[in-house]
Design a binder for this molecule. Structure first.
Ligand code: DNO
Length: 397
C-alpha cells in the first residue's frame, strides 16, 4: 500500500495558544507555519528560518509547508517597485531551500486575505464557527465603507436586506463586524482602519480581473524558474471567498483559473494549494472532478467543508458535513496518490491539514486565532484520517 497523506497542523508560532506539544498529541506529524512577524515584502533570513525550524524539530515535528510567503501588494498591482519586492521574494525562497523547506503556499488576493463577517457563529450544539453572511458584507460595503459604485453591484433586494441587517444590530455588533472584515493577515492581530482600507482600494482603481491575471502571470514567469532551480514547490491558495468583494477582482476562484495558472508557466514548481473550503463556497466548482483533472499539480491540501446558503452566504460546517461531499473528495485524493505511486513520484504523501475547526469544549478557554482552535481541528483531523484509511483499505487492499 502506498503511503498516507502527511497529516499537518497549522501553527502560528511561539505566540499560538495551541502549543507544539498539543499538536503532537493530535497525531499530526507536520507543521505548517510562517514567520508571521516579518511583514510581506521582507526577506526571511536563514537565521530566522533555522531558529523556527529548530523549535519545531525540538518538539519532534517537521516544518512541512510554509503558509504563506505573502506577495507584496506592489507585485499584485504591478507598481514601479515590483522588481525590488520580487527579488526579495526570491531571496526568501533561496533561504528556505537552503534550510530544506520546499513547499511554499501563497495567494494572490488583493488587499485582504480571507474574509468573514462573523467569527463566533453559534451552531445549535453551542459550537462556534466562522461565517460569511452576504447581507452583512453588503451592509459594510454600502453603508460603512460607502464605496463609490457599490450600489450598482447589489440588487435592490440585496440592498434592502443589507439595510435591514444593519438596522437590526447594535453598536457593539457593528464594531465587531468592522473588526472582523478589517482583520489583517492571518497570524497577525493587525486590523486595518476603514480609511486605510479605502487607501488600499484606491490602488486597485483600473485593475480589473484581466489586469490582475497579467500581474500574476508576470510574477509566475519571474519566480517559478527560480523556484524550479531551487527544488521549491510553490502552491497558490484560492480566493476566499471565491468571488469578487468590494469591487476587487478575484482570479483564483474556479477550475478555469487554476488551469490558467498552470498554463502561465508550466513547471512542477507551479502548483496548487487545493482548499476545499474556499473553492467549495461556489456551487459550480466540482471539487472531486477538479482533483481528478488537476491532481498532479496539488502540492498541499486544505480539507474543510462549508454549508452554502442561497444568498451567497456560507458557514463552516463539520469537516465531513456541509455542501461538499468529503467522501468523494477524499476518494479523488487517494486516486491521485495512487497515480503518483504508480508513476514513481516521490510526493505521494501530500501534506494535508484539517483546515479550520469549530470552537468546542475547552477551546472556549483559549484566545485562539479565528478558525484555529485545538479540539475543533483535532476532531476534523481524526475524521479525515479515518475517512482516508477506510477509502484506501476498501479500494486497494
Ligand atoms: C485561512 C487560510 C488563508 C490562507 C492564505 C494562503 O485560514 O486558509 O489565510 O492561509 O490565504 O496564502
Amino acid at each position: 500500500m502506498f503511503s498516507n497523506l502527511e497529516q499537518t497542523f497549522r501553527w502560528y508560532g511561539p505566540n499560538d495558544p495551541v502549543t507544539l506539544k498539543a499538536i503532537g498529541q493530535t497525531g499530526a506529524t507536520g507543521i505548517v507555519t510562517a514567520l508571521h512577524h516579518i511583514p510581506a515584502g521582507g526577506v526571511w533570513s536563514r537565521e530566522e528560518i533555522e531558529k523556527r525550524k529548530h523549535i519545531i524539530q525540538a518538539a519532534g515535528l517537521r516544518w512541512s509547508v510554509v503558509e504563506s510567503v505573502n506577495v507584496h501588494e506592489s507585485i499584485k498591482t504591478a507598481s514601479a517597485d515590483r522588481d525590488q519586492y520580487t527579488e526579495k521574494y526570491i531571496e526568501t525562497l533561496k533561504n528556505l531551500a537552503k534550510c530544506g523547506i520546499k513547499v511554499v503556499c501563497y495567494n494572490f488576493m488583493p488587499v485582504l486575505d480571507w474574509t468573514r463577517t462573523d467569527i463566533d457563529y453559534r451552531l445549535p450544539n453551542g459550537a462556534s464557527a466562522l461565517r460569511f453572511h452576504a447581507p452583512a458584507l453588503a451592509a459594510f460595503d454600502l453603508y460603512i465603507l460607502e464605496r463609490e459604485g457599490a450600489s450598482s453591484e447589489f440588487s435592490k433586494d440585496q440592498q434592502e436586506k443589507a439595510k435591514a441587517y444593519l438596522d437590526g444590530i447594535n453598536a457593539d455588533e457593528k464594531k465587531r463586524l468592522i473588526h472582523n472584515v478589517m482583520a489583517g493577515l492571518p497570524g497577525t492581530k493587525d486590523v486595518l482602519t476603514v480609511d486605510q482600507f479605502k487607501g488600499h482600494l484606491e490602488k486597485y482603481k483600473g485593475i480589473d480581473a484581466a489586469q490582475l491575471k497579467k500581474n500574476l502571470t508576470w510574477f509566475l514567469q519571474t519566480v517559478i524558474p527560480e523556484a524550479e532551480n531551487l527544488g521549491v514547490k510553490l502552491c497558490i491558495h484560492p480566493d476566499d471567498p471565491p468571488f469578487p468583494i468590494f469591487g476587487l477582482p478575484r482570479v483564483i476562484s474556479k477550475e478555469a483559473d487554476l488551469v490558467e495558472v498552470g498554463n502561465a508557466c508550466p513547471s512542477p514548481s507551479n502548483g496548487l494549494t487545493f482548499c476545499t473550503g474556499s473553492l467549495g463556497a461556489r456551487g459550480d466548482n466540482d471539487l472531486p472532478g477538479m482533483i481528478d483533472r488537476l491532481g498532479a499539480h496539488i502540492h498541499f491540501l486544505h480539507l474543510r467543508n462549508v454549508k452554502r446558503e442561497p444568498d451567497g452566504s456560507f458557514y463552516e460546517d463539520n469537516h465531513l458535513e456541509g455542501s461538499s461531499d468529503m467522501y468523494a473528495i477524499m476518494k479523488s485524493v487517494v486516486r491521485e496518490q495512487k497515480r503518483r505511486a504508480d508513476s514513481g513520484r516521490d510526493d505521494v504523501a501530500i501534506p494535508m491539514r484539517p483546515d479550520h475547526g469549530h470552537k468546542l469544549l475547552d477551546d472556549f478557554n483559549y484566545d485562539t486565532f479565528p478558525g484555529y482552535s485545538a479540539i475543533g481541528r483535532l476532531k476534523g483531523l481524526a475524521e479525515l484520517r479515518g475517512l482516508e484509511m477506510g477509502i484506501k483499505k476498501t479500494l486497494y487492499q
